[in-house]
Design a protein around this ligand. Structure first.
Ligand code: AMP
Length: 246
């Protein structure tokens, strides 16, 4: 009963979520959860993968550099990613907080972000919610493969479906936009293996870094989507309530 009350409070809380990092393997559900959290907290999702894909579609210089790397499942160089995030975080919609989905993916990106947040805190730009909360979503390898091979995306609203777990109402079409869904070029088994290699070598140390720093939660990504969302919301609410009480 007490647990339920806490869950309700957490879901209703509309304070200052601050910067939230969603970390985890490719296709673990970061994008799906980020979209749910934007609805709960009314803060933006900043998906580095989505920003890169729109640069590819628009044929920008960044898109041209990124395309081949992304299709193979390799990472885009840190200096380009940091600059891209820097530009995005300057927008005023990030003031109450934001959900970083897919960044940082290397220790160099994490160092860059930590420094940026420290400078911001020192300048008291976002007084009571400048510290980040990192959430790692975990899922076993076989289920990740199912998520990758079943994933379908809407080109217009970027909703993410899965033919096994979260199918659209009409096969092959977005429920909201009615557009034909597409499969990402890097959602092949070959590219997935490469993305997993990059994840193990470069991103797992980032997760360890944030685990050591505190304000860190680990969530089982195998639970139903709504439960995962509630657990993330509760974890963030609990860290923010502790900070506010200090
Ligand atoms: P995602 O949509 O998050 O799975 O990202 C798709 C691809 O975009 C990745 O496999 C990388 O090639 C590239 N990418 C996204 N975020 C980053 C990042 N933080 N650092 C480097 N490359 C990234």
């Amino acid at each position: 009963m007490a647990e339920e009350t806490n869950q309700n409070e957490a879901m209703k809380w509309n304070g200052c979520p601050g910067p939230i990092l969603l970390l985890g393997a490719p296709a673990v559900g970061k994008g799906t959860q980020a979209k749910e959290l934007t609805r709960v907290w009314k803060i933006p999702q900043i998906s580095t993968g989505d920003i890169l894909r729109s640069n590819v579609a628009l044929g920008t210089d960044l898109g041209r550099i990124a395309k081949g790397l992304m299709d193979r499942g390799d990472l885009v160089p840190d200096y380009l990613m940091n600059e891209m995030i820097n530009m995005r975080l300057r927008k005023p919609d990030t003031f109450r907080g934001y959900i970083l989905d897919g960044f940082p993916r290397t220790l160099a990106q994490a160092d860059w972000l930590d420094n940026r947040l420290e400078m911001q805190a020192a300048a008291k730009a976002q007084e009571h919610c400048s510290g980040l909360v990192a959430v790692s979503i975990r899922l076993d390898y076989n289920r990740l493969i199912r998520r990758v091979t079943g994933r379908r995306n809407c080109p217009v609203c970027h909703r993410i479906y899965n033919i096994y777990g979260l199918p659209p109402k009409r096969e092959g079409f977005c429920d909201v936009e009615g557009e034909p869904l597409y499969t990402r070029a890097d959602d092949t088994l070959e590219a997935f293996e490469n993305r997993m290699r990059a994840y193990r070598e470069l991103t797992e140390p980032v997760i360890e870094h944030y685990r050591q720093m505190g304000s860190f939660a680990e969530i089982d990504g195998g639970e139903p989507m709504g439960i995962v969302t509630v657990k993330i919301v509760e974890a963030v609410y609990s860290f923010r309530s502790q900070t506010a009480a200090q």
